[in-house]
Design a protein around this ligand. Structure first.
Ligand code: SF4
Length: 219
């Protein structure tokens, strides 16, 4: 698996470069607007998930029932756009390009990975660099890559890393902010999206660092 390059460039100088001629969109593939989310998001194909792609082959796992492998996500056009975003990760200007887009398009919130997951330590470290450059935007990053998260270790306050349980009805991972998928109920904050038209509306629990565990109901 190809390693994402660690960003070590001059952010201020390269921000000026990516802000011209829509270069930030060309490098990153742009951001998504989904019906559910109150803010822009960014993602890559779920088939590129390092751990998730393995889990998806196993019954009883959350990845085995992944929404990003079903529905509109299966359209060729959607997959081509997600793959374009994956390829953008290897561009040396990806980090400044994402900073530019988030500054330009986001008001208060941003979501990482409406599809896909972190591609290793360098990728997560680049995301930390991006979060530090946009401290007024609160970011939610759901992930199953616990080992990568623990290796990077420290995160700015505007980057909510929420570790997800791998198994349906499984235990929440050992981490301050987590999420689980349950057939019914369970301890934690119950995601209300199903009762509000599959939309977050005013809820921001997934971004909220004071919400320890979010419970999604299996559908
Ligand atoms: S818990 Fe709230 S913020 Fe998270 S997905 Fe559900 S509705 Fe959206």
């Amino acid at each position: 698996m190809q390693e994402v390059p660690l960003y070590t460039g001059d952010l201020d100088r390269e921000l000026a470069v990516v802000s011209r001629n829509r270069m930030a969109e060309k490098v990153t593939g742009g951001l998504s607007i989904t019906e559910k989310m109150p803010c822009p998001s960014w993602g890559i194909p779920a088939t590129r998930c390092r751990l998730g792609a393995l889990l998806a082959k196993k019954e009883g796992t959350v990845c085995g029932d992944c929404y990003a492998l079903k529905g509109r996500y299966r359209f060729d056009k959607v997959q081509a756009k997600l793959e374009e975003r994956y390829k953008g990760l290897f561009d040396p200007l990806w980090t400044p390009a994402m900073v530019h887009l988030i500054r330009w398009c986001c008001d208060r919130y941003f979501r990482w990975f409406d599809s896909g997951d972190v591609q290793g330590e360098n990728h997560l470290q680049n995301i930390v660099t991006i979060a530090e450059a946009v401290p007024d935007v609160q970011m939610w990053l759901p992930t199953r890559e616990a080992e990568t998260v623990r290796k990077v270790g420290e995160f700015p306050p505007n980057l909510t890393i929420r570790l997800s349980a791998n198994k349906i009805d499984g235990k929440a991972p050992d981490w301050p902010m987590t999420s689980v998928v349950r057939r019914a109920g369970g301890e934690g904050y119950a995601c209300p999206s199903r009762t509000q038209g599959n939309s977050c509306r005013a809820c921001r629990a997934c971004w909220d660092r004071d919400v320890e565990n979010v419970v999604y109901t299996l559908h």
